[in-house]
Design a protein around this ligand. Structure first.
Ligand code: PLP
Length: 319
């Protein structure tokens, strides 16, 4: 019962003069392998851990693409993803944005979808993407495998910021890529080993523990978020509610000063990030600029009581 203790060794003795399954931590360690096995089962593929979601994105594009290749990236996805692609533009990587609810553009080498997108909460057209010749990556951070097994919907690679729902307690930074293609998995593993964009044993252990309650947490967060989305829809000072019908993440526009609203909640913490057991809310303008409406608030619903959350939101919203 319980989880095995964390093995923090950076080296393991050779056996009869030969390296065994584990020999140097950068290549593999027992806790990481155990966590990868669990996540792989949930997604239905082979999982590889990275030091963060952004680290996983960096490794994926550097390992699988080459200078001059173009990524078609879902507009309105996590703003850090196109920002990172722009940074990698100095090494010859190109990207274009497209509306993921429709067909992707021709002449690109990789499709980058997000399900649902953060913070606009659109869902990709999986069929249109699967019909495109380029390999498909789905960032399924906000859906989690509880709601979406993207490999079953035609994705070639699934990416997670495991910092969010998979770990679930806002105390670990971690990323993952899952694929059914052994060649891509091998290429990613080699790149990870060389680049050192690796997950340490302690974060992997926290992921293992988080995964034990993933289903319960995400189902409860979904129920509460769906109910809050319904109540927000009928609030006179809420203009637009964006909610895909599942998951714990939603966003809405208020009529009035969103910066004042985010400072006025008591139960809901005014903080960034998402997917934790405690609810967090923030305006996104400060990070994303003109790309998001000024009065957009993103709410990540935690495990608190739905009526207590609604009472908190109501007192913070303008009457
Ligand atoms: N993908 C999505 C959808 C995210 O929300 C985030 C982080 O906010 C990331 C990727 C990046 O993950 P990390 O913060 O673990 O690097």
């Amino acid at each position: 019962m319980g989880l095995p203790p964390v093995d923090r060794s950076t080296l393991w003795p050779f056996e009869d003069g030969e390296p065994g399954e584990f020999y140097y931590q950068r290549y593999a360690h027992p806790t990481g392998v155990a966590a990868e096995r669990e996540l792989g089962e949930l997604e239905g593929g082979e999982a590889l851990l990275f030091s963060s979601g952004s680290g996983a994105t960096t490794a994926l594009v550097l390992a699988l693409l080459k200078p001059g290749d173009t990524i078609a990236v879902a507009e309105g996805c996590y703003y850090g993803t196109p920002t990172l692609f722009r940074e990698l533009g100095r090494w010859g990587l190109r990207h274009v944005e497209f509306d993921q609810t429709g067909p992707p553009p021709d002449g690109v080498e990789l499709l980058w979808l997000e399900a649902p997108s953060n913070p606009f909460l659109t869902m990709p057209d999986f069929e249109a993407a699967a019909a495109h010749p380029a390999p498909v990556v789905v960032d399924a951070t906000a859906a989690t495998p509880v709601h979406l097994r993207a490999l079953d919907r035609g994705a070639d690679l699934v990416l997670h910021s495991a910092t969010k729902y998979l770990s679930g307690h806002s105390d670990v930074l971690l990323g993952a890529v899952v694929t059914r293609d052994p060649e891509r998995a091998q290429r990613l593993r080699e790149f990870r080993n060389r680049s050192g964009i690796v997950a340490a044993p302690d974060p992997a252990w926290l992921l293992l523990r988080g995964l034990k309650t993933l289903d319960l947490r995400v189902r409860r967060q979904s129920e509460t978020a769906a109910e809050l989305a319904r109540r927000l829809e009928s609030h006179p000072n809420v203009a637009i509610v964006r909610y895909p019908g599942f998951g714990g993440l939603l966003s809405f526009d208020v009529a009035g000063d969103a910066r004042k609203v985010e400072r006025s909640t008591r139960l809901i913490t005014n903080a960034t990030s998402l997917g934790g057991v405690e609810s967090t809310m923030e305006t996104r303008r400060r990070w994303e600029g003109d790309r998001v409406p000024e009065n957009l608030l993103r709410l990540s619903v935690g495990l608190e009581d739905v009526d207590e959350l609604w009472t908190d939101l109501k007192q913070a919203l303008p009457d």
